[in-house]
Design a protein around this ligand. Structure first.
Ligand code: SF4
Length: 405
């Protein structure tokens, strides 16, 4: 059988596709570069924007014409996986599954990505740089974001599995590594065990940790590295959670790759210990992606992002002071529900002060199931979103155009 694999979306999806491909090859299938020649078509979907979702419907529509073409001599199986399926299986009302089944009747299987495990070495798309997933899912529930619904709660991959994969990659001659997670900084929060093998609870008040100085990591369990003490970070600005990302990053840096990168770090749980590790190892990236989304405290609150513009800039200054030649990139949403001119100008001011090297700027669009869609109004016109997008794009990504208005 010949397979054709189409991937939409972010690096995490592309990394998942490398594992999907390994699974297909292990089943004896051969890759083909065009879907016309394929017996088995897998589509790894993205839902971060409506446009990405619509591209999937368009592709499946084209495939079904081909599949049902009387002149076609061989059968075609269409499998849809990734974010759309994640959302469909997590939507308890069953409405989304019904919707995608109706919209794509020619699909033979909706496959949850969790069913594609880590049993086979991924089929790498690049021979120098490898993606290594360290966690999947997100617990943060930013009000605009669909990821917690498509990928579910955050689950960390066992520490030793990640190190094992990195050691193998080094042996195989890879030069660069990118550690992937929706929020790499909180890596480990779900695998840390306290005394008597009890999982250290998440979201405990700071008081708890002040009183309980001696939290130990259970040494008998595979998922927790011996002798490591967790680093406690703020979670959504209110609570503290134990994490292992500084230790993981250090362990990967020590393997000796030319470059170790990570995506994404969120501003609220960027610990001092993590900054120390980055500063100490020259092979850790000097370009850090630190999504800000907005520079206005009111908008950040409506987005359920628990930091203020001032705290974000303090973190930026701390990073720049500790790490010479640091470059920052970011994500920004313009035209979020109710964003006033004044709120937008606060974002412009923050961007000027943070001096980003690059920004992924999106115009807000509603996504199913999110709190913003349920509770807030998408009341900023398309033309205003466009105008604000252009202002930031010129300011950050195309500064040479600023003088031309
Ligand atoms: S941190 Fe927020 S924006 Fe990022 S994946 Fe989680 S919910 Fe989405």
């Amino acid at each position: 059988m010949n397979y054709y694999l189409k991937t939409f979306g972010c690096q995490q999806n592309h990394s998942d596709s490398e594992r999907i491909e390994a699974d297909l090859k292990a089943r004896g299938m051969k890759k083909t570069s065009s879907y016309e020649l394929a017996d088995y078509v897998v589509i790894n979907t993205c839902m971060v924007k409506e446009s990405a979702e619509n591209r999937v419907y368009g592709l499946v529509n084209n495939l079904s014409k081909l599949k049902n073409d009387p002149k076609r001599k061989k059968p075609m199986k269409i499998v849809v996986t990734g974010c759309m399926v994640g959302l469909a299986f997590r939507d308890r009302t069953g409405r989304f599954l019904k919707k995608i089944r109706k919209a794509m009747p020619s699909v033979d299987e909706f496959l949850p990505i969790e069913e594609v495990g880590f049993d086979h070495a991924p089929v790498r798309q690049n021979r120098e740089t490898a993606w290594v997933p360290i966690s999947n899912g997100c617990n943060n529930y930013c009000t605009f974001c669909i990821v917690p619904f498509t990928r579910g709660r955050e689950i960390s991959r066992p520490f030793e599995d990640i190190i094992g994969e990195c050691l193998q990659l080094k042996k195989d001659g890879f030069k660069n590594i990118t550690l992937l997670g929706q929020n790499v900084n909180s890596y480990g929060a779900d695998i840390i065990l306290g005394e008597k093998n009890v999982q250290v609870m998440r979201d405990l008040p700071k008081k708890y940790f002040e009183k309980t100085k001696n939290i130990k990591i259970n040494k008998d369990l595979n998922s927790t590295p011996k002798g490591y003490r967790p680093v406690f970070v703020k979670h959504l600005g209110r609570f503290r959670i134990p994490t292992l990302f500084p230790q993981l990053l250090e362990a990967v840096a020590k393997i000796g790759f030319e470059k170790v990168d990570m995506v994404s770090s969120n501003p609220w749980d960027f610990s001092d210990e993590l900054i120390d590790v980055i500063a100490k190892y020259k092979n850790i990236t000097r370009t850090i992606h630190l999504p800000v989304q907005s520079g206005d405290d009111g908008v950040l609150k409506r987005m359920n992002r628990w930091y203020t513009a001032k705290e974000y800039l303090q973190l930026v200054n701390k990073l720049k002071n500790r790490i010479p030649n640091l470059k920052l990139t970011t994500d920004i949403i313009v035209g979020f529900c109710g964003e006033t001119e004044e709120e937008f100008s606060n974002t412009v001011n923050l961007c000027k002060r943070a001096d980003f090297s690059w920004a992924f700027i999106s115009q807000y669009s509603t996504r199913p199931m999110t709190a913003a869609t349920r509770n807030l109004k998408d009341n900023i016109s398309h033309s205003v979103k466009e105008k604000r997008w252009l202002i930031l794009d010129k300011l950050i990504n195309r500064p040479h155009l600023k003088s031309k208005g």
